[in-house]
Design a protein around this ligand. Structure first.
Ligand code: ATP
Ligand code: MG
Length: 567
């Protein structure tokens, strides 16, 4: 169980939501109980924005000794699916949270919501209206233009009750009638101008099938579902702030066991990322990504496959905090959180992504020896691993330059480097193919430099990684990068124009043999290269490694170009 937020309660550093909950508990509101809920609509996979809400809803319940419910907000039949219901539960558990009681569904409350609507009509607080959708909009007015009352507003309750029952019995076509709350057509808040609370929709529902042909609107279903469950604090995102008067009004009219307090916070927006489920769905449908769990997706399923840890995501949520202000969080902060987590926990291995063979001419053919290397220098208890070495090795092409500038401290003809954890190596010559490209290096090593130390104390600046050709495992590397190359793709005319064409590059290379048989989900730091996670597509013959994140932020340069030289 995650414990990052433990101890947050009661301290001076409470965010504003926790401060409200804290004050309610201390004043004995709701008998000092805290019950929250996380209410996803099962019309897509959960994303990193949802993770912020989950950490808040479940975190607060835990910190205040309360309960948190998981409720599928499934009142819109046309977009919902069982696949999403299952994925949502899996992702919440993966993130480290468990809901109290069984999984709940707003659709289970349909019969009670219907009765609540009937009670409103009886009390003269709701009426069936026959305005068309266009008329409805026109009568409603605008924020600076008062609304007009519907001709049906004073329909007798008995008549509305009869029509509402017949709506339920399927007598009318979609759009023929809606049930409206009778509040105030002159309210400055447009949501209070007799909002629709039930509409006819002849679509089968993923759980109730064809039982219902009328469905409650979100504003009606949500507050009453909260009340039915005894939710004390209904935490939601800022766009619901203007709905709060309606939330309170509905609850106030009806005989419900509890009056939840709605608290709104600013949703998470992340740079270089989209968070709208509609847009994410579009990427999936148009096969611009491989699915909801494509490692480039900001979904929890995608991030899990990419190699993110639940702890890093919880830590990120805690770091960004909770405010009332809309802002754009830098995705570099999320990447920083995953780097610092993986740095502490992931075993180091060497992997060569773009292999270039180097033959060590003074190393005897057929001989093998093993060098010891730390599994994780950040964690001495992880011990050492043994890395085999032999006459032919692979190094990364990027670590060799034929005509390097002075500042290049890696391998070049006539230059010496340290092979990580092994020895010192000098390049003597290159071998070319018919096109003149370098395909192999001829090198010599210093037999007295075992462990990488120069016997005479001479300075060797560069250290590169390598794998022994005879022992290496062939591997596929999926080099993921940000899916978008615009800071705010959702603001673009078409967000798909901002897709980063280099968001996935696939390479064939080699890894050291210690990773043999690593299960999907295993995470490693490939030394000097990045953090990687074994993909479920791996086979015994060909392990597949997803790059979670590079070792350093390579986008920093892009965002902040180096200052030009003074002229
Ligand atoms: P979309 O607008 O893309 O359809 P949504 O907000 O409708 O997303 P829901 O399934 O209704 O998605 O969200 C469940 C809960 O998660 C809600 O309480 C919602 O406020 C919260 N949530 C959704 N997106 C974010 C976000 N980016 N940051 C924080 N909380 C979020
Ligand atoms: Mg929603």
């Amino acid at each position: 169980m995650p414990s990052e937020n433990n101890g947050a309660r009661g301290g001076p550093g409470l965010d504003f939501v926790r401060a409200i909950v804290d004050a309610d508990v201390k004043s004995g509101r709701n008998g000092g109980k805290v019950v929250t809920r996380f209410p996803p609509e099962p019309n897509g996979y959960l994303h990193i924005g949802h993770a912020k809400a989950i950490c808040l809803d479940f975190g607060i319940a835990r910190e205040f000794g309360g309960r948190c419910h998981l409720r599928m907000d499934d009142t819109n039949p046309s977009k919902e699916d069982e696949e999403y219901v299952n994925a949502i539960q899996e992702d919440i558990r993966w993130l480290g949270f468990e809901w109290d009681g069984s999984l709940l569904y707003a659709s289970d409350y349909f019969p009670r919501l219907y009765e609540f609507a009937v009670a409103l009509i009886r009390a003269g607080k709701a009426y069936v209206c026959d305005l068309s959708q266009e008329e409805f909009k026109e009568y409603r007015g605008a924020p600076n233009k008062p609304g007009r009352e519907s001709p049906c507003r004073n329909r007798p309750a008995g008549e509305s009750l009869d029509l509402f029952r017949r709506m339920k019995d399927g007598e009318f076509e979609e759009g023929r009638y809606v049930l409206r709350a009778k509040i105030d057509m002159n309210s400055p808040n447009i949501h209070m101008r007799d909002p629709a609370i039930y509409r006819i929709k002849k679509a089968p529902h993923h759980r109730t099938g064809a039982a219902w042909v009328i469905y409650p609107m979100y504003d009606f279903a949500h507050c009453l579902s909260d009340a039915i469950e005894g939710i004390t604090h209904s935490i939601c995102t800022l766009e619901f702030e203007v709905h709060r008067p309606l939330y309170d009004w509905i609850i106030g009219q009806l005989d419900v066991p509890c009056h939840p307090r709605q608290i709104e916070f600013a949703r998470l927006n992340l740079s270089y990322t989209i968070m709208s489920k509609r847009m994410l769905q579009q990427l999936v449908n148009e096969k611009l990504v491989s699915g909801w769990d494509d490692p480039r997706m900001p979904t929890l399923a995608g991030m899990r496959r990419r190699g993110y840890t639940p702890g890093a995501i919880r830590n990120f949520s805690r770091t960004i905090g909770v405010t009332k202000f809309e802002s754009l969080t830098d995705v570099a902060l999320l990447e920083h959180c995953i780097r610092s987590d993986l740095n502490k926990t992931s075993p180091r291995v060497m992997g060569v992504i773009r292999p270039l063979k180097a033959v060590i001419e003074n190393y005897p053919e057929g001989r093998t020896e093993n060098f010891e290397a730390a599994v994780n220098p950040e964690d001495p208890s992880a011990g050492n691993r043994s890395v085999p070495f032999s006459r032919e090795i692979y190094i990364d092409r990027d670590d060799f330059m034929e005509n390097p500038p002075k500042s290049f401290f890696r391998l070049a003809p006539g230059r010496e480097v340290r092979l990580r954890s092994a020895c010192l190596l000098t390049c003597r010559d290159v071998v070319r193919n018919g096109r003149g490209e370098v395909v192999e290096l001829r090198c010599v090593y210093d037999p007295d430099s075992r462990g990488g130390h120069a016997p005479d104390g001479r300075k060797v600046k560069g250290t590169i990684h390598w794998v022994s050709a005879a022992h290496a495992l062939e591997a596929e590397f999926r080099l993921y990068d940000r899916l978008f190359n615009a800071e705010n793709p959702a603001a673009a005319e078409d967000f798909k124009d901002c897709l980063n064409p280099a968001s996935l590059q696939v390479a064939r290379g080699f890894v050291e043999p210690s990773v043999r048989g690593a299960a999907p989900g295993s995470r490693f730091q490939m030394e000097r290269t990045g953090y990687f996670c074994v993909d479920p597509d791996s086979t015994a013959e060909l392990p597949v490694f997803n790059r979670t994140v590079t070792l350093k932020d390579t986008w920093e340069k892009v965002r902040k170009p180096a200052p030009s030289a003074p002229g």
